[in-house]
Design a binder for this molecule. Structure first.
Ligand code: GDP
Ligand code: MG
Length: 438
């Protein structure tokens, strides 16, 4: 996700770091690379120029504050400018008793997002109810009902009732013991007055605390125009951008919404029900710049009841084969390795593909192999020579090749996890820059 943008920005930072002197030319080259990355993410050209101007102006003229050297200062300016481009500090505040109405055109992802949101808030400890108020599209009722069943969320809808307001009122009555109600509404093929009228009618009668516009993020900066149109005709309080996992235009979609003053609160990053993330510009920028999302990692760990110790061990690079063995389950709970790695502060260092793409199946095989190792071998894999490999392979019923592969993967992971958490290089810099918490 956001790979192109992220690669472009991280390359820009890497070249800046390598520069011998920081002069006008260095800054210009840095800014050019940042521009290229932003434009390839479909960020509006005027916005890109605005940002580059600010970075360029401040980079050489202002005095770096505190302990920062000139290069770190330029990274910090870039971080600040990017977060404000994407909507710094905007967070949705949901409380008990709130009603969330989802609006948007057909196919944008409303129904799917309704279920994702229900699960998201349910996991946070809220009692959630879902209402299907889409009387326009046949099949809308069944679609949401099935999703609700899948995630075990109370649901109300009535396929025979044609008046959405009657359905919502009845649903609110039936689900009145719930903390949050999420209402899925109708969409049309395009923005039209019928759709706006319907949304306004529901809004006036039901007075939802939140009206979230669901927009297909693959539109890139065009999302801004849709947000603007909806803002003009009805009372939207924020935006959810969907389908961002498969598009290079995510940056454009987010920044365009921000520039029309529509706050992006969530992003949809896949078809699965868990593929929803609360959007936070600071964390997002930190991640795409390669500084990781430590908060996100800890949050995720907490959600899944993973011991903070496990996270700390990973962060500190204390990752012995023995740890891999005992904590394999724990780590797997965190999601695929690539998701973990995305959240780690890599500071522009590339993680090898083999590590990123390690599958559960592979981990299982590794586990069998490790079962045939002695405690000493697991703690100190360096002692494993060809003789030991033979024994381990025979004991675990796997090929010697598999054992070598495990050792290689282990070494690679250890090296990279160590690099990414190198106190001096990354954590220290993050602390100095005031980015994230570590
Ligand atoms: P609605 O018409 O606005 O209610 O849209 P739906 O919820 O029915 O979604 C339309 C299509 O978009 C479905 O195939 C969804 O699976 C898909 N979809 C929704 N959100 C996402 C997302 O974040 N990523 C991807 N890849 N697909 C999504
Ligand atoms: Mg729908």
């Amino acid at each position: 996700m956001f790979e192109k943008l992220s690669d472009g920005l991280q390359n820009a930072i890497a070249s800046l770091r390598k520069a011998v002197v920081v002069d006008k030319k260095t800054v210009r080259e840095f800014v050019k690379e940042v521009q290229k990355a932003l434009i390839s993410a479909d960020v509006n050209v005027n916005l890109v120029l605005e940002i580059s101007k600010k970075i360029e102006e401040k980079a050489l003229l202002e005095k770096p504050p505190g302990l920062l050297d000139r290069k770190e200062f330029i990274i910090k300016i870039t971080y600040d400018e990017l977060t404000s481009l994407l909507g710094k500090g905007e967070k949705i505040s949901i409380k008990k008793g709130d009603k969330i109405l989802l609006v948007g055109i057909q196919g944008s992802g409303k129904t799917t997002t309704a279920a994702k949101l229900a699960k998201y808030y349910n996991k946070k400890g809220f009692k959630v109810g879902l209402i299907c108020a889409d009387t326009f599209r046949p099949g809308a009722y069944t679609q949401l009902m099935q999703l609700a069943e899948e995630i075990n969320i109370p649901f109300y809808g009535d396929p025979n009732e044609k008046n959405a307001i009657n359905i919502i009122k009845k649903g609110l009555e039936i689900l009145k013991d719930k903390d949050i109600i999420i209402i899925d509404s109708e969409g049309r093929n395009k923005l039209d007055t019928d759709l706006m009228n319907e949304i306004n009618r529901i809004y006036k009668e039901i007075k939802p605390e939140h009206v979230l516009l669901v927009l297909d993020g693959t539109m890139g900066q065009l999302a801004g125009e849709q947000a603007e149109a909806f803002k003009k005709s009805c009372n939207i309080t924020g935006v959810i951008l969907t389908k961002l996992e498969g598009t290079a235009k995510g940056g454009g979609a987010i920044s365009a919404c921000k520039s029309t003053n529509a706050k992006v609160y969530f992003i949809g990053v896949g078809e699965h029900i868990d593929d929803l993330e609360e959007f936070n510009a600071e964390r997002f920028v930190s991640k795409i710049l390669g500084f990781g999302d430590i908060e996100g990692l800890l949050e995720k760990a907490q959600e899944m009841e993973i011991k903070e110790e496990t996270v700390n061990r990973i962060m500190k690079g204390k990752f012995t084969l023995n740890d891999l063995y005992y904590q394999i389950q724990e780590i797997k709970k965190l999601g695929t390795l690539s998701k973990i790695v995305e959240m780690l502060p890599t500071g522009g260092i590339k993680i090898p593909k083999e590590v990123l793409e390690m599958q559960d199946e592979k981990l299982k095989i590794y586990k069998y192999i490790m079962d045939s190792m002695t405690k000493k071998e697991k703690e100190n894999p360096e002692i494993i020579d060809s003789k030991r490999v033979k024994r381990i392979a025979a004991g675990s019923g796997r090929k010697e090749e598999d054992v070598y592969e495990l050792l290689r993967t282990y070494k690679m992971m250890k090296r990279y996890i160590k690099i990414v958490t190198d106190e001096r290089k990354i954590a220290g810099l993050m602390k100095k820059l005031g980015i994230g918490k570590i």
